[in-house]
Design a binder for this molecule. Structure first.
Ligand SMILES: *Cc1c(COP(=O)(O)O)cnc(C)c1O
Length: 245
């Protein structure tokens, strides 16, 4: 098996899916970007996708960011953190990423801010909302989302770009649709009432199995791993569970 051809042909299929879904939804070309979800994927394989033209990556674990850094450091990449972030890992994660998509609680926002004040810098963030109401997933409860956005806006080291969600863990994309729709509704309301600035309109949602549905519902970033790099050894619950991070 030629791993490079594998990744490149998978990538072509995923790009095609994104283009088709974007067109079908009557949206502007390029309005939904691809983020490579690279958890467990060795840096050499990530590099193949990046050299094929991808510019946006997302990791779930600080340890993996660190391990892959030497092979990816010289690439022009936008690096996002998409995993559950424990407060004791803030300092480490800030060494590697441009954006923390998984900002999901006020105390995390406060602690990231404190660290950034000390470093005299800023970072981009997205507010993660739990739109599936599943206990096992992280993200602010939809009822608390506006309060969390308000908190983030009050901290001037945090440049809020929009919202992120994982969505219902379900093979049938139609069952995931309400999660995506809810995230869009929260964003639209927050934009309307000025809670989010006009340019903070990102919606990071949709993965390998449901990216078309997510794009129909307004995703500006889809996070794709399996469809590009192949199946992972552990179920996603492993990466989304606090005790494993
Ligand atoms: C793993 C992961 C993805 C990608 O999931 P796939 O089904 O492999 O495409 C997206 N978002 C998050 C937060 C993830 O942990």
């Amino acid at each position: 098996m030629n791993e490079a051809i594998d990744i490149i042909s998978n990538l072509a299929i995923v790009r095609d899916r994104i283009i088709t879904a974007t067109e079908k939804a009557g949206r502007a070309p390029g309005s939904a970007r691809l983020l490579l979800a690279t958890k467990t994927v060795p840096a050499e394989r990530v590099r193949i996708a990046v050299e094929a033209g991808e510019v946006l990556t997302g990791e779930n674990k600080v340890q993996e960011l660190k391990e892959k850094d030497h092979l990816l450091r010289n690439l022009a990449l936008e690096r996002h953190f998409i995993g559950h972030l424990q407060t004791n890992k803030i300092k480490e994660v800030l060494k590697y990423v441009n954006c923390i998509q998984s900002l999901d609680r006020p105390e995390l926002a406060e602690k990231v801010h404190q660290r950034l004040m000390y470093e005299e810098r800023t970072v981009e963030v997205m507010v993660q909302v739990n739109t599936s109401f599943e206990q096992s997933k992280f993200g602010a409860h939809p009822d608390d989302a506006f309060r969390l956005i308000e908190k983030v806006r009050s901290l001037d080291t945090l440049q809020v770009k929009g919202l992120m969600t994982i969505g219902l863990f379900e093979a049938d994309p139609e069952k995931v649709r309400p999660s995506f729709r809810l995230l869009r509704e929260i964003r639209d309301q927050a934009l309307q009432n000025g809670l989010l600035p006009p340019d903070a309109n990102e919606l990071s949602m949709g993965m390998s199995g449901d990216l078309e549905t997510a794009i129909e519902e307004g995703a500006t970033i889809v996070r794709v791993g399996t469809s590009i790099f192949g199946k992972r050894q552990y179920p996603d619950s492993y990466y989304w569970n606090e005790k494993n991070n």
